[in-house]
Write a protein that binds this ligand. Structure first.
Ligand code: KIV
Ligand code: ZN
Length: 511
């Protein structure tokens, strides 16, 4: 029997620290459900002390997730830890993750604390956290640039205080695999009672080494990897969950561990993260990029057709590619629609919310005869802006454009229940639509990002648009999907305006 490698997903915390990767509470909950479906062991749901919004999001995840451990991050202060402990209280399995910096530069310049004070604070922090749960993780922030003797000392002290998982973050992505593995090996050898705790790794990707460093540490004894979907995260990101999991599985001859992850849920999780954050996945990204399993050269194609393993070390279907199967069509009824949503883990109430979603499904099925899972995900993310929170609504839109015509948009919106119309011209129909909307909404927001992706293949595919807006230091992502990409763009713009209006905004815990 191999040891289990605990997969600790921090997409909802470190991942959300990517510039502009804002998520609303509903989006965080949707992603948490997908992580649970994927059988992630620990979901780091957020940083509850950072803001009321983060506290509420972590609480909602704790109340809804039953299988995965729900973890809240806290600095090593009593107030932070109390917030984290309260936020995760409803979880079936809960963890407090507390951290303090241990590198000379962080202790001296950032914390302005002596090493003795840092050890004392860390020990107190474990005591505060243990009041809320027996599952307490301690991170020595910037361990990658910390002195090994000091790490041994602080980890010894926190084990004695009751920490159960010890994390060794390479916070600034400075380490290289041999060095990082040596640090883990030394800690496991020198820290008393090292065999009574789980050693964890948390690597950032500044030198493109996050996955390599994490895996090198697993070989010498780390038994938890902290990672994110699509490698999202602060600056260059964190170790990518899909790469860690598939490396361990594909090279089971090298790694003495196995994970519990349902790998077929990897591609759906990747798509969901990309859709929510507006961060596209580069086509050549390992495992989840559109080309990860595509063979272009004739020699490769010939080889794969003769014997798949000539050029493929993994099967696309094992990571969830090809799940793009036809599920519903225009003759599908309410029961089939509800059943498929449930299978996809999309929570839908009854009554008005369900009726509205079903009506949108029928409209889409009239335009696009084959409805795939991806279409349902997009449809439902449109539907999650319930009428109560939808201040701006698109009533009607007409667009005119042609090779010898100035593009023009005529738009009618309802704002707070009252209808307003405007006409605008632009460099293209999308530009004209945004100008028309803006002339009505006068939001004074700045457009930071506009991106379009086809959800499925074929010219009848829905276009999925992300619009990122900023106003007064707040950043929101709006999404919209439609078979008409100008309509999808208008919906995405209004979705972003609704988020600005409702106050759901990106919270960067480290600000
Ligand atoms: O990178 C880091 O050090 C962190 C800690 C809070 C674990 O994200
Ligand atoms: Zn980090």
């Amino acid at each position: 029997m191999k040891d289990t490698l605990t997969i600790f997903d921090t997409t909802l915390r470190d991942g959300e620290q990517s510039p502009g990767a804002s998520m609303t509470q509903e989006e965080k909950l949707r992603l948490a459900r997908q992580l649970e479906r994927m059988r992630v062991d620990v979901i780091e749901a957020g940083f509850p002390a950072a803001s009321q919004g983060d506290f509420e999001a972590v609480s909602a995840i704790a109340a809804n997730i039953r299988e995965s451990t729900v973890c809240g991050l806290a600095r090593a202060t009593e107030s932070d830890i109390t917030r984290a402990g309260e936020a995760i209280a409803a979880a079936a399995r809960r963890r407090v993750h507390t951290f303090i910096a241990t590198s000379p530069i962080h202790m001296e310049k950032k914390l302005r604390m002596s090493p003795e004070q840092v050890v004392e604070q860390a020990v107190k922090a474990i005591g505060w956290a243990r009041k809320f749960t027996d599952d307490v993780e301690f991170s020595a922030e910037d361990a990658g640039r910390s002195e090994i003797d000091f790490l041994v000392r602080i980890f010894d002290a926190v084990i004695q205080a009751g920490a159960t998982t010890l994390n060794v973050p390479d916070t600034v992505g400075y380490n290289v695999p041999a060095q990082y593995a040596a640090t883990l090996r030394t800690l496991i050898e020198r820290v008393p009672n090292a065999d009574k705790v789980i050693w964890s790794v948390h690597c950032h990707n500044d030198l493109g080494l996050a996955v390599a460093n994490s895996l090198a540490a697993v070989i010498v004894g780390a038994r938890q990897v902290e990672c994110t979907i699509n490698g999202l995260g602060e600056r260059a990101g964190n170790a990518s969950l899909e790469e860690v999991v598939m490396a361990v599985r594909t090279r089971s001859d090298i790694f003495p561990v196995q994970t519990r992850i349902d790998t077929t849920q990897i591609v759906p999780a990747s798509r969901l993260v990309s859709q929510i954050t507006g961060y596209p996945v580069q086509p050549n990204k390992a495992i989840v990029g559109a080309n990860a399993f595509a063979h272009e050269s004739g020699i490769h194609q010939d080889g794969v057709l003769k014997h798949r393993e000539t050029y493929e070390i993994m099967r696309a279907e094992d990571v969830g590619w090809g799940a793009n199967k036809l599920v519903l069509g225009k003759h599908s009824g309410r029961t089939a629609f509800r059943a498929r949503l449930e299978e996809l883990g999309i929570a839908i109430g009854s009554g008005e919310q369900f009726d509205a979603a079903f009506a949108s499904f029928k409209t889409l099925a009239d335009k696009k005869h084959e409805i795939f899972d991806e279409d349902l995900h997009a449809l439902m993310s449109d539907e999650t802006v319930t009428p109560a929170t939808e201040h701006y609504r698109l009533n009607d839109a007409h667009f005119h454009s042609g090779s010898n015509e100035t593009p023009q948009a005529d738009v009618t919106l309802t704002i707070g229940g009252q209808a307003f119309s405007a006409t605008a011209t632009g460099s293209g129909p999308v530009d004209a639509a945004f100008k028309a909307i803006e002339s009505i909404a006068t939001s004074r927001s700045e457009l930071l990002l506009y991106s379009v992706n086809a959800i499925t293949t074929g010219t009848d595919a829905q276009g999925e648009v992300t619009v990122r807006l900023s106003r007064d230091g707040r950043i929101v992502n709006g999404q919209g999907a439609d078979t008409d990409i100008v309509i999808a763009s208008a919906k995405a713009y209004l979705n972003a305006l609704n988020k600005l209006h409702s106050g759901s905004e990106r919270v960067n815990p480290q600000v």
